[in-house]
Design a protein around this ligand. Structure first.
Ligand SMILES: Nc1ncnc2c1ncn2[C@@H]1O[C@H](COP(=O)(O)OP(=O)(O)OP(=O)(O)O)[C@@H](O)[C@H]1O
Ligand SMILES: Cc1ncc(CO)c(N)n1
Length: 276
């Protein structure tokens, strides 16, 4: 067995443990990579919502990135909640400083209960400074609409939105389908600048315990890319990881509970996700 791959997440802390840094580290551990972190903001949060947001100073973010970057061989870096333009700038500078190969940008904007995890005026900074560095961006449907300025109603508008997002300079994008309107299926649509596309389709699992699915998906993708999986396989594993995590709920908390990050180890439902 080769040396364990080291990965970094630059994201917010979720005290409730289902999303953010906590989801990332749990997912990294499950998929056999070594997780490090740079915390951008502390949130007071549980399954019912966000009750407080405490952003870090930009220098605190920079120092964490430098502490990790100067000592670890980071095979892939993931970004999550970045909150404001100054943290986006530090994150982009850090990624450029260390020249990390795989950059997975989850453009987190709004929590399930409606709390803003990214300030509105920071969207332009994200487009200009971070998206050009991304190997893959993983917006959900509302985030893809904000980034592209296109309302996603059907496969045609989804394709247009994906193309528009790629115009900001990322290598590829996956528009996640959790917020889609099909009651039976979810579809995550992947598009590469070279024109190649993929669809990850699964049964829609009927559950309220969906807190942190987006972070978990992007973290699993990060882990698989760090291990050297080709993009289509990394996407497939990430989708299966989330399908398992949603399909084996833990029943924690009284609101939108966390997914089960440990379910994938025993997952045998390979046929539950189709790669089209
Ligand atoms: N009910 C569901 N059944 C099956 N898969 C789902 C369901 N909801 C979301 N997913 C999957 O979870 C992943 C995350 O998708 P989603 O669009 O919900 O992201 P998100 O809104 O960023 O998540 P969150 O804000 O909860 O972290 C995708 O792979 C999507 O297909
Ligand atoms: C800290 C944090 N990051 C991301 C999300 C999005 O799920 C969240 N709810 N909280």
């Amino acid at each position: 067995m080769g040396a364990i791959k080291e990965v970094l997440t630059i994201a917010g802390s979720d005290s409730g443990g289902g999303a953010g840094i906590q989801a990332d580290i749990k997912t990294f551990q499950e998929l056999g990579v070594f997780g490090t972190s740079a915390i951008t903001a502390v949130t007071a949060q549980n399954t019912q919502g966000v009750s407080g947001i405490f952003p870090m100073e930009r220098g605190t973010v920079r120092q964490q990135i430098d502490a990790v970057g100067s000592d670890f061989e980071i095979a892939a870096v993931k970004t999550g909640m970045l909150f404001d333009a100054s943290i986006i700038e530090e994150t982009a500078k850090g990624i450029r400083r260390y020249g990390w190969k795989y950059v997975i940008v989850d453009p987190v904007m709004i929590a399930k209960g409606g709390a803003a995890l990214l300030q509105e005026e920071a969207v332009e900074a994200m487009k200009a400074q971070l998206l050009p560095l991304a190997t893959v961006i993983t917006p959900n449907i509302p985030e893809a609409e904000v980034l592209s300025g296109i309302e996603i109603r059907d496969p045609e508008t989804r394709l247009l939105a994906a193309k528009r997002i790629l115009d900001y300079g990322a290598e590829s994008v996956v528009i996640k389908g959790g917020h889609g309107n099909d009651p039976d299926f979810t579809e995550d649509f992947y598009l590469h600048t070279g024109g190649a596309s993929l669809m990850l389709r699964s049964n829609r699992i009927s559950t309220r315990q969906t807190h942190g699915t987006g972070c978990t998906f992007a973290a699993a993708l990060t882990a698989e890319m760090a291990k050297g999986a080709p993009m289509n396989e990394a996407l497939f594993t990430a989708k299966q990881f989330v399908q398992a995590a949603l399909g084996h709920p833990l029943n924690i908390g009284s609101g939108h509970g966390p997914t089960n990050h440990a379910a994938f180890r025993n997952f045998s439902g390979k046929g539950e996700v189709q790669l089209v």
